[in-house]
Design a protein around this ligand. Sequence first.
Ligand code: FAD
Ligand code: MLT
Ligand code: ZN
Length: 489
Amino acid sequence: LTADTYPTLVRDARYKKLGEEDIAFFRGILSEQEILQAGEGEDLALYNEDWMRKYRGQSKLVLRPKSTQQVAAIIRYCNEQRLAVVPQGGNTGLVGGSVPVFDEIVLSLAQLNKVRDFDPVSGILKCDAGVILENADSYLMERGYLFPLDLGAKGSCHVGGLVATNAGGLRLLRYGSLHGSVLGLEVVLPNGEVLNSMDALRKDNTGFDLKQLFIGSEGTIGVITGVSILCPPRPTAFNVCFLALENYARVQEVFIKAKKELGEILSAFEFMDFNSQYIAGQHLKGVAHPFSEKYPFYVLIETAGSNKEHDDLKLEQFLEGAMEEGLVSDGALAQGETEVRNLWQWREMIPEASASEGGVYKYDVSLPLKDMHSLVDAVNERLTAQNLSDTEDASKPVVCALGYGHFGDGNLHLNVAVREYTKQVEAALEPFVYEFVASKHGSISAEHGLGFQKKNYISYSKSPQEIKMIKDIKHHYDPNAILNPYKYV
Ligand code: FAD
Ligand code: MLT
Ligand code: ZN
């Protein structure tokens, strides 16, 4: 989808169009390798197009600064000149927030990628915003620590991008949200000033906790250049089991039991429906699923602790009990690292698999646990009734709707795998999905944010008063609206 796919959206005439004098200014503060210009032998598609290949902007310029001072100089100039800017991390965001809509300048944080400091006593890591999550975690692993967040895009997404989206991921259940683990930030404000709370302490009740404003702000009120985050010791004993369940009520019962009996070692409780495993199976052709029979629901439970014998015993007793009580229809327990990875792939591969048939409409919602899967059922029924969906018939635009997610956090990922993006499918899904979620008092974005995709739907989850406060804050700090325009605020 490009800007011209949205006839109601027009380029805001307040923004200056990039001129030779602007390029000359950027050449004065950045080296040649740090400036990528369209038409100068550079293909900017990687920066203009999002991970889903759903949104495509038309930026002609990508800037890749290496220091906070350079970021500040760029932003100050863009503010003075009214040049619009999209901050970009690993470009793995799933709501079209990380790519330009028209000709905004892309400010890539990829070269701001150094670890600044690590304190092995407190576990506090300080790093540049552009450090890739996997690199941050490997650095911590060598020191016996763990990054308190993990997700499928770890090989590409940045620590700064995670903070900007307030990503949740696979272990929020255990380590909590970034609103708790991020201690301080370094942020370049829209006027070019640098706000620095990198030396923040674990406890500090002196006034507003300003960093919270930027956690989940999606690049709309500042460019994050540094992150200070509290990291837990790395568990040394891991177990994973994969369970098959005969209905949705069982998923809820197994969750209650897991919380009660696995207690402090429970580190993930992910759920997947049949369609999600069907789609993953299509993608992982040749790899055997943990179960040869079909089941409507599956659950992946991970434990992480420091005493393998103790954890093994706890998990075995939990599984035996679940089988005896008839909660579980079948189960697979991983023995060793390879098996652990093999089981995880049936969960982690779903996002990639669901996009591989042509495209995917993604809805990342919070719902009361009892209502969670009814949204997937309702969407499947609707798509079938409108004759839009068939897993076998390639003439239909939709393959199927599938559900999976971070059950322990009340977070459902409803994905609609499509053979092509069409207005008809979009009209069948939106605002239907948002209305459904609002009717259950859920949230239309649990962890991916609003970005461009949900910019017109914020009122399904926020009151007019809250929306006004969000706009007031944006206007106060970014009066010229240079940061990430056309997005949710
Ligand atoms: P980008 O995609 O580049 O940017 C995301 C947003 O943040 C944009 O609005 C951008 O303008 C802004 N931004 C980026 N960097 C900065 C910065 N330094 N300063 C200010 N603003 C900035 N999310 C989850 O919550 N949980 C998951 O389990 C999860 N799994 C995923 C699995 C896959 C395979 C993929 C592709 C994505 C997944 N995501 C998940 C989406 C998630 O939002 C991103 O992976 C991550 O949070 C974005 O990081 P990024 O560096 O790629 O940011
Ligand atoms: C996940 O949990 O896998 C992610 O949030 C990504 C997605 O839903 O595509
Ligand atoms: Zn997720």
